[in-house]
Design a protein around this ligand. Structure first.
Ligand code: ADP
Ligand code: G6P
Length: 452
């Protein structure tokens, strides 16, 4: 059987794959189940030495080989904190103004992609199909071709692709676009991303197939987790603390693309404009720290600390804390149950590739008495989840009005809306995402045929 090779900057541990935790992992774990696979990427370590190619660390579990290499401190800084997360990430999320461009970091990004290619090429077998994941690895396909790899190589971009003019404002953009020519198929999350990417490729004269393959979750397993976590001691303590108030829930990595300050302001506006909800609601925001070495993320953290303090200072009463803001990660089981108990899932990214949290919120609901999803129009999930209350996340008043509408919504309307969304998350799952992409990749002309 042909082997599937997955390349992603972060490689899950074998335990994470077995438990099929996060969205990307679930999708890919399903794809590799029952077929021999190799998963390649960064070890998470910085014990690499500049100028020396590290030997991959190899672990084998079941039918999957995990091969990872470390980076040097300098490489991590330039490639990961620098170009990937200080330049490409803001630009792809339509925030050119947040980009801190440096030619050095672009060069380190290209260098690390070549390093990955050199380490991966010797591990490949002739019949492999290679699937490269996400923005950290735009040039990897081209770097693999330079190493003589002529297998089919697919690429999937998990984050948005902005309009051509915006993307090409970034120095180095044309180079990355031309490198995409090395892939046999390029997948993105939505039709909008696909249109934008096609426009950008056309502008630099590259013709490659681009398709929209929206990623999903494993709704059944998440629903099971949500129901199972209900009777834990932690949930009991949490429900006691809630004291019967309606729960509004936000769950995101601490990232400026998620619109968390705007959401806090929306909640503040709710309390100001709709006094009947004071002391009747509790907003829980879970936002584990992410990319804490990047300046913009540090600034966001300071902003949120201040905002949370101000909101609680203004509205809290002796027996009521309006906003609970947690930056520590919490276990998935408890997280799923907290979703189930939330009357409102508040998901308001300013821009998001997909947003799996929105789909997880839907999956976790009790079908007989579901909560309401308030979702940003700018999340990749919005076209599929049209039964949510869709909002412009930049308008705190719109968020406040949607919160008020959701808090007053009757059960019949909640059930109707939830049923529509639940159908959508079952129609496109993590497993169908991977299967659809790999099928389409398998149908592209064989690059070896083209060479002969
Ligand atoms: P992104 O990929 O930008 O982080 P997504 O919403 O698409 O955003 O995916 C985030 C994933 O991480 C979801 O599966 C979500 O459940 C998980 N996650 C987010 N916050 C936490 C947390 N505090 N603890 C555990 N898992 C989390
Ligand atoms: C998003 C990106 C992934 C990335 C993840 C966590 O989901 O699309 O590529 O791995 O965020 O970010 P981190 O920088 O911690 O890998």
């Amino acid at each position: 059987m042909a082997r599937l090779v997955i390349v992603s900057n972060r490689v899950p541990s074998p335990r994470e794959v077995t438990q099929a935790a996060g969205g990307l992992t679930v999708g890919l774990a399903d794809a590799i189940r029952g077929q021999p696979s190799l998963w390649f990427g960064w070890s998470g370590g910085t014990d690499g030495v500049d100028g020396t190619d590290p030997a991959p660390g190899i672990t084998v579990q079941d039918n999957v080989t995990y091969a990872t290499i470390p980076l040097s401190e300098r490489q991590l800084k330039g490639f990961y904190q620098g170009f990937s997360n200080g330049i490409l990430w803001p630009v792809c999320h339509y925030r050119v103004g947040l980009m801190n461009y440096s030619r050095d970091e672009l060069e380190t990004y290209l260098e690390v992609n070549r390093l990955y290619a050199r380490a991966l090429a010797p591990l490949l077998q002739p019949d492999d199909t290679i699937w490269v994941q996400d923005y950290q690895l735009f040039p990897l396909g081209e770097a693999l071709r330079a190493e003589g790899v002529n297998a089919r190589i697919g690429f999937f971009l998990h984050i948005p692709f902005p309009p051509e003019q915006l993307f090409r404002a970034m120095p180095g953009a044309d180079l990355l676009l031309r490198d995409l020519a090395a892939y046999d198929l390029i997948g993105v999350q939505t039709e909008q991303d696909a249109g934008n990417l096609r426009g950008a490729l056309r502008a630099v004269g590259v013709e490659r197939p681009v398709g929209a393959f929206p990623i999903g979750i494993d709704p059944e397993s998440f629903a099971r987790q949500a129901a199972r976590g209900e009777n834990t001691r932690e949930m009991g303590r949490f429900l006691d603390a809630l004291g019967g108030r309606s729960l509004i829930l936000g769950v995101d990595r601490l990232d400026y693309s998620k619109g968390i300050p705007e959401r806090f302001r929306g909640f503040d506006r709710l309390l100001k404009r709709f006094p009947e909800h004071r002391n009747k609601v509790s907003f829980l925001q879970i936002a584990p720290v992410s990319r804490g070495d990047v300046a913009e993320y540090q600034a966001l953290r300071r902003e949120l600390d201040e905002l949370a303090g101000r909101i609680n200072g203004e509205w809290a009463e002796i027996d009521w804390l309006p906003l609970r803001y947690i930056t520590r990660p919490i276990s998935r089981k408890v997280l799923a149950s907290v979703h189930r108990h939330a009357q409102i899932g508040l998901v308001t990214p300013l821009r998001d590739g997909m947003n799996l949290v929105a789909k997880e919120y839907v999956a976790a609901q009790n079908p007989a008495d579901p909560g309401v999803l308030i979702l940003s129009r700018f999340a990749g999930a919005a076209p599929e989840l049209g039964d949510a209350l869709l909002v412009n996340p930049l308008d705190p008043d719109e968020i406040a009005e949607a919160l008020d509408q959701a808090l007053r919504m009757g059960r019949d309307e909640r059930v109707t809306r939830w049923t529509g969304m639940n159908t959508a998350i079952h129609a496109a799952t993590a497993a169908s995402w991977a299967a659809d992409f790999l099928r389409a990749l398998g149908e592209t002309p064989d690059p070896r045929g083209a060479v002969a």
